[in-house]
Design a protein around this ligand. Structure first.
Ligand code: UDP
Ligand code: MG
Length: 253
C-alpha cells in the first residue's frame, strides 16, 4: 500500500508552468531525484497552458496539480501554489529546468542556519547577453531602492519558512519582489550562489518590453508600500496573546 503524503510535509516545492510540455516530465524526475528520502510535496501550478503540459505531468502520489482556467501570469501561479502549500518550508523554482532542483536542499540548509528566506543567486547565468544585461540593471535598480539585500531577485530558486508567505501580496510582478516584501516584514533574508542552466526546451515568456517597464512600474508601488508600512508590537501583559508569533520581533533583535 502506498504511503500517503503527510498533511504537513517538511517541504512544499512550488513550480509555475506555462507551456512547458517538453520540460515538465524531466523536471518532476529531477525533483524526485534531488529530494529522495525527503518528506515533501510538489505543487505544480499550470498557468493556462495551451500545449500538452498538464497531460505530461507524471502523477506521483506526492504531486499536486492546480490548473488555472486561463493564463494569469507567473506571479499569480506562484502565489496560488505558495498559498496552497502545507509544508513547514516552501521551495520555489522555475519549470523550464534553468534552475537545478539539487540546489533546494542547500537552500534548506541555509534556513537551518537561521535564514527565514534563502535566495538563489545565479552567479554564472546561462542566458543571452541581452537578457543578462537587462537582469543586471534591473537587479541593481531594485537593490538600490528596496535594499532587499540580495543580488538576484529574479532568480526563482528560493526556500522560505511558511509564515513568510503572509508578506506576499497578490499583484502582477510580485515574483520579482519576494525578498523585498519578506525583508520589509522583518524576516531574515540570506542568499547563496546556485547553478543556472540554459533553457533547452520551450521559450522564455519575457522580453524587454514586458519585463523592464512593468518591473519599474511595480518598483514604484513596492516603494510606496514600504514607505507606508507599519509594524506594531503588543505589550507582553496583553492577556491570552502571544507576541512572539509576530515577525517584527525580528526587527527588534
Ligand atoms: N510562467 C508562468 N506564467 C507566465 C510566464 C511564465 O507560469 O505567464 C512560468 C514559466 O513556465 C517558467 C517560469 O514562469 O516556469 C519562468 O518563466 P521563463 O522561463 O519564461 O522566465 P525567464 O527565465 O525567461 O526569466
Ligand atoms: Mg527561464
Amino acid at each position: 500500500m502506498a504511503v500517503p503524503v503527510p498533511s504537513s510535509p517538511r517541504l512544499s516545492v512550488v513550480v509555475p508552468l506555462y507551456n512547458e510540455e517538453d520540460n515538465v516530465a524531466l523536471l518532476v524526475g529531477e525533483i524526485e531525484a534531488a529530494l529522495t528520502g525527503w518528506d515533501f510535496e510538489l505543487i505544480l501550478v499550470d498557468d493556462g497552458s495551451s500545449d500538452a503540459t498538464v497531460a505530461r505531468i507524471p502523477r506521483h502520489r506526492w504531486v499536486r496539480v492546480l490548473e488555472f482556467t486561463r493564463n494569469t501570469g507567473q506571479s499569480a501561479a506562484m502565489h496560488a501554489g505558495i498559498m496552497a502549500a502545507r509544508g513547514e518550508l516552501i521551495g520555489l523554482l522555475d519549470g523550464d529546468l534553468q534552475n537545478d532542483p539539487a540546489d533546494l536542499t542547500r537552500l534548506v540548509a541555509m534556513i537551518d542556519q537561521g535564514a527565514d528566506l534563502a535566495c538563489g543567486w545565479r552567479a554564472q547565468r546561462q542566458d543571452t547577453w541581452s537578457k543578462r544585461w537587462q537582469s543586471r540593471i534591473a537587479n541593481a535598480v531594485r537593490q538600490h531602492f528596496t535594499r532587499d539585500g540580495v543580488h538576484d531577485t529574479g532568480c526563482s530558486l528560493k526556500v522560505m519558512r511558511r509564515p513568510c508567505r503572509e508578506a506576499l501580496l497578490p499583484f502582477n510582478g510580485m515574483h520579482r519582489f519576494i525578498p523585498a516584501l519578506i525583508a520589509a516584514a522583518g524576516y531574515r533574508v540570506m542568499e547563496m550562489p546556485v547553478h543556472h542552466r540554459p533553457r533547452l526546451h520551450g521559450q522564455s515568456k519575457y522580453n524587454l518590453a514586458n519585463r523592464a517597464f512593468r518591473a519599474t512600474y511595480d518598483l514604484v508601488g513596492v516603494m510606496w508600500l514600504r514607505s507606508r508600512q507599519f509594524s506594531y508590537s503588543l505589550k507582553s501583559s496583553s492577556p491570552n496573546e502571544t507576541p512572539s508569533a509576530l515577525p517584527e520581533q525580528r526587527l527588534g533583535e
